[in-house]
Design a protein around this ligand. Sequence first.
Ligand SMILES: *Cc1c(COP(=O)(O)O)cnc(C)c1O
Length: 391
Amino acid sequence: MGQQRVQKITSIGCELGLGARQRAWVEIDLSAIKHNIRELKSLLFPKTALMAVVKADAYGHGAVTVAKTVIEAGADWLGVATVPEGIELRSSGIESPILILGATYTTEQIEAVAHWQLQPTLGSVDAARLYSQTLKDNLPVHLKLDTGMSRLGLSWQQAIEFVQLVHNLPHLQIASIYSHLATAESLDQTVMNLQQQRFETAINQLADINLPVPCKHLANSAATLTDPSLHYDLVRVGLAVYGLYPATSLQSAVNLKPVLQVKARITQVKTIMPQTGVSYGHKFISDRPTLIAVVGIGYADGVPRNLSNQMIVIIRGKKVPQIGAITMDQLMLDVSVIPDLEPGEIVTLLGIDGNEQISADDWAKQLNTISWEILCSFKHRLPRIAIEKIG
Ligand SMILES: *Cc1c(COP(=O)(O)O)cnc(C)c1O
């Protein structure tokens, strides 16, 4: 890492120079995205396509930049959750196939899907009929079976009737059939095996009545890393693209690099006397003369307030503790171990600095949540700055 040079810096959705790296920002490593796509592809059979899931603004990384980068690195498909997310990608000139993973069920949505050449997920008979009635031209559609997630989709037991119905409805071209796993990151594979069995039963029944579906898919990141028998014709990878593992038990499968870093600048450095309270509620009281630094980032940027008094950050390759309540736009650190610290210096909240690293998994553990939620939590007030490293 040390020898790598920053090749180019661009800002996403924000004029570089006007605020981009002034206060606080999210740094996106495009070379890490490309590395992760290559690693994931190395697990796949040549016939298996890779869909990069870029819903929720690419898990907070910036959808358009991530989408263009994964396509350059060899991703075949993009997955989004909503119609506006698909439109954002199309408006930026992206031509790859885009699957909408969520439900669409109004005529306005259907017209937009068709107009922007997005591909919908049909998870009910009603949705299929409305699509067929609304469409004026043929549209590839993807049928969603519920095999045990109990979220979007028709029960796997109704697969035959569903496929037959859609097959006979005008304007609907069945492009794929898929399902979603509920417990793929779990060490206990009982539920996953049951879901796979149900999926295969449905597929085999369709083949038996001579209604084979051109593309079948089941795997999220965890399943992609777990077992090639879950890959079928396409894998839908989200978290792993962003360089995080769905479970520690899956870390040996491939070598992923975290893509996102969160950084902010120190705005003030000062010494407080012993017995001085810090921040709202005085949840921290100094027990000695303490050098503190004020940092220009807070919970309105997406730093979880529940990390108050528990967060560790990195400055000049050294870990230092955050103290007192995290406020809306600012937080404080105990920087007594760096006596010559200056305003303007950079604090790494998530990411790597020197030999130290803080990951979304660390925050997730502290907050009793999952890394997916941590990645999605950074607000648009933080400019996304793309960097690309060369080796
Ligand atoms: C979000 C999502 C994925 C990606 O899941 P990861 O665990 O982030 O890889 C795949 N498929 C569907 C249907 C999804 O909603």
